[in-house]
Design a protein around this ligand. Structure first.
Ligand code: ARG
Ligand code: GLU
Length: 711
């Protein structure tokens, strides 16, 4: 027995090798805590999450629903990414004060800028409510009935679970419907902009460097949480005061070295780590290539125009960045899934799973799971592909069609809800489309349209036959010559009059007729069937998750990301992206100058930064070798939503700010491979250096608590 235990210890070590994962902060005791301490952490699980005393989690803030941010001073100062605050920085900008180009720094509290509508959410407690949510569900027969009962239970628990009157309850599902957790939250509504570097620092490298290592971007911005005089959430008021947090993060000036423990604490959005091999095959071979091809075509057209025309460049910059972000991610994801043999590894794992099912006498329960998956994924393939074609071509990348789709929805509102609802919706639509057309260029869009409608007609399954045989160039010319959707004034004209008049005009418009055919086809022949099969797949996925937990009781299963608070941890580490190439884990300011292209929109460097670099005026922020670190990478398993998350050292001090992943490792949303998956962080010393030496905002540094744990 003794010897056996001893052997187990030996075997256990490679099994415990760092494998990624996004863990629930209230459930770290046991396997995670042991593993974290083995990797170098000097804290306990309670230091990270504690309901009764202040802990690290009290400094982690969901930033306006999408990104993460963290509190770094006793006065509610919030740190997040430049790309997370981008919309707010832009909205305060004008030709006279271009904060995107020049940066913005409030030199006192009174200069901090309010952002109506923006919210920041703290997590008060995490509670397991699985049993109450699943009460009375097992005995129901159909999947639809089960889901309905679950929703009823959730609503009931959310209204009755004890909380303070300024707090909210929210229930989320984990492990694909096998676990339910209730979060008590506090949402602050007065969030003010404090500081942002110029884009030449905060967005240095722009799209060319996006998802790329080595990186030299100072992707940060600063906000502040304001509260009522009672320190509770309150709507904006000039009388509100800076929030006093339960905890704020001390900042370490010691920096990181290869091998150091780091953890990232934040709100990752969505991962799909437990898909069966059939699903991954579909993504790699069918769905991703289609989406990449569509976006590739649209981006090439837009880029051609943006390079020739400055006004178009401004109109399309932000749209282009959004479309390019995931286009580039999917390319990296596909390369990584292939390179890491993800499908083959999944298949081997599935064989292992099947063997266990048979050995444990569970064939009656789980014996058909994988063949059912295969059946449903075969069934859904054409519907999923047709759905992607419709969404990418009509809704996301051809502007005339996506504007037309809003009018299509307006017609549906009339048909289902009548005249009054139509009029309300019409007024909103007119308002919404005004800003849409401000950044619309009909010539650019026409060229995009021709490329995309051709791809749709030639490649999408399940479409009306006329799309397969039409003369795409001719249709394009007709639509952009005749459709009123090609300009805002045209749309205003279309929408003049009562519902009957509007609908009559719409149904004579060439552009509207076209999107209506596409949308009608989608809503009759694609969407309903897709949803039906997808519901079956979700039910299987839930069973499969439950089965995996049972068949591999010592497995290392984390619940897929779902925009809830998670911890991921690892070590600072370089990687080898391809044969003979090795990337070191830290970049320096010298690298900024290597990439410098004067007046380039991606790689320009501000004059003042060049001076600071030339004089090596780095103050207390330089590393021991005298160099100024900019970014670093580690094996933390992150995803979209982790932008702005703090990177913490072994003691819980802030050492970096997460903002991206390396291109070769973007497949980590589906398959995490510790050999090449890395997250990218800005070194906190670079952030402080920019605030202090570049912006001269020393008063902000004085608010913070700087520590030197190794000295
Ligand atoms: N790739 C990073 C994240 O998804 C940064 C995106 C913003 N930056 C950009 N150049 N588009 O989402
Ligand atoms: N930039 C991403 C975000 O906005 C984070 C990078 C990632 O996807 O890992 O959340």
């Amino acid at each position: 027995m003794r010897i056996f235990k001893f052997l187990l210890l030996f075997i256990a070590v490679p099994l415990f090798a760092q494998q990624g994962g996004m863990w629930i902060p209230s459930m770290l005791k046991g396997m995670n805590e042991t593993e974290m301490q083995r990797l170098g952490m000097k804290m306990t699980a309670e230091d990270i999450y504690d309901v009764n005393q202040s802990s690290l989690k009290d400094a982690i803030v969901h930033f306006d629903g999408g990104c993460t941010s963290e509190i770094i001073s006793p006065k509610g100062l919030l740190l997040t990414n430049h790309h997370c605050g981008y919309g707010e920085i832009q909205s305060h900008s004008s030709v006279e004060h271009d904060y995107l180009q020049d940066g913005f720094w409030a030199m006192s509290l009174s200069e901090e800028l309010p952002n109506p509508g923006m919210v920041a959410t703290l997590i008060v407690s995490i509670n397991d409510v699985t049993n109450s949510v699943l009460e009375g569900v097992a005995q129901l027969n159909s999947e639809a009935e089960k889901q309905k009962k679950i929703q009823e239970n959730i609503s009931k628990i959310q209204t009755t679970f004890p909380k303070e009157n300024w707090q909210e309850n929210q229930i989320k599902t984990f492990y694909e419907g096998n676990q339910y957790l209730l979060f008590v939250t506090e949402t602050f509504k007065d969030i003010r902009l404090v500081g942002a570097p110029p884009s030449a620092i905060g967005k240095f490298g722009s799209d060319t460097d996006n998802w790329v290592w080595p990186r030299h971007t100072g992707d940060f911005s600063l906000f502040r949480i304001y509260a009522g005089k009672d320190n509770k959430p309150a709507a904006y008021s000039k009388d509100n005061v800076p929030y006093t947090p339960k905890h704020f993060l001390p900042i370490s000036l010691d920096g990181v070295a290869e091998g150091d423990f780091t953890m990232v604490f934040g709100f990752p959005g969505r991962t799909q780590e437990y898909l069966p091999s059939f699903a991954v095959e579909q993504i790699v071979n069918s769905l991703n290539p289609a989406k990449i091809e569509i976006r590739d075509a649209a981006l090439k057209v837009q880029d051609g125009f943006m390079r020739k025309d400055k006004a178009i460049k401004i109109q399309y910059a932000s749209k282009y960045a959004r479309v390019a972000n995931y286009w580039k991610k999917w390319i990296g994801e596909n390369l990584g899934l292939k390179k890491s043999n993800a499908i083959q590894l999944k298949k081997e794992y599935e064989n292992e799973f099947s063997k266990n099912v048979a050995a444990k006498g569970k064939s009656a329960d789980y014996g058909n799971l994988l063949s059912d998956f295969e059946k449903y994924y075969n069934q859904i393939n054409d519907y999923a592909l047709a759905r992607d074609y419709f969404v990418e071509v009509a809704l996301r990348n051809t502007e005339l069609l996506s504007a037309g789709f809003r009018l299509y929805q307006l017609e549906q509102v009339y048909k289902t809800k009548g005249e009054q609802a139509f009029n309300d919706r019409k007024n909103n639509t007119i308002k919404g489309l005004e800003s849409f057309y401000k950044d619309f260029n009909a010539t650019v869009d026409k060229n995009v349209f021709e490329k995309l409608i051709t791809l749709y007609g030639q490649k999408s399954p399940l479409i009306p036959s006329e799309f397969k045989t039409m003369d795409y160039a001719k249709v394009t010319n007709e639509v952009y010559a005749k459709s009123k959707l090609a300009s805002y004034s045209g749309v205003q004209e279309l929408l003049k009059g009562d519902a009957k008049q509007v609908l009559k005009k719409l149904n004579k418009d060439k552009g509207f007729i076209l999107i209506k055919k596409m949308a009608d086809n989608y809503f009759t022949n694609i969407g309903p069937k897709y949803d039906e099969i997808d519901l079956q797949i979700s039910a299987l996925q839930r069973e499969y998750m439950k089965a995996q937990l049972e068949m591999f009781p010592n497995g290392r299963f984390f619940p897929d990301a779902n925009s809830t608070l998670r911890i991921t941890y690892g070590q600072v580490k370089g990687y080898s992206p391809s044969d003979a190439v090795y990337y070191e884990p830290v970049t320096h300011l010298e690298g900024v100058m290597e990439k410098y292209v004067p007046n380039d929109y991606e790689f320009d460097v501000p004059e003042k930064l060049i001076q600071l670099i030339n004089t090596k005026n780095y103050g207390q922020y330089a590393a021991k070798d005298g160099k100024m670190p900019v970014c670093f990478i580690a094996t933390n398993h992150t995803t979209g939503g982790n932008s702005g998350s703090p990177a913490l050292d072994a003691h819980g001090n802030l050492v970096g700010l997460n903002f991206d992943r390396v291109w070769e490792g973007t497949m980590s949303d589906i398959h995490y491979d510790p050999a090449i998956c890395r997250n990218i962080m800005v070194d906190i010393r670079y952030v402080l250096f920019i605030i202090d030496k570049y912006a001269g905002a020393k008063h902000l540094i004085d608010e913070m608590h700087l520590v030197y744990p190794k000295k």
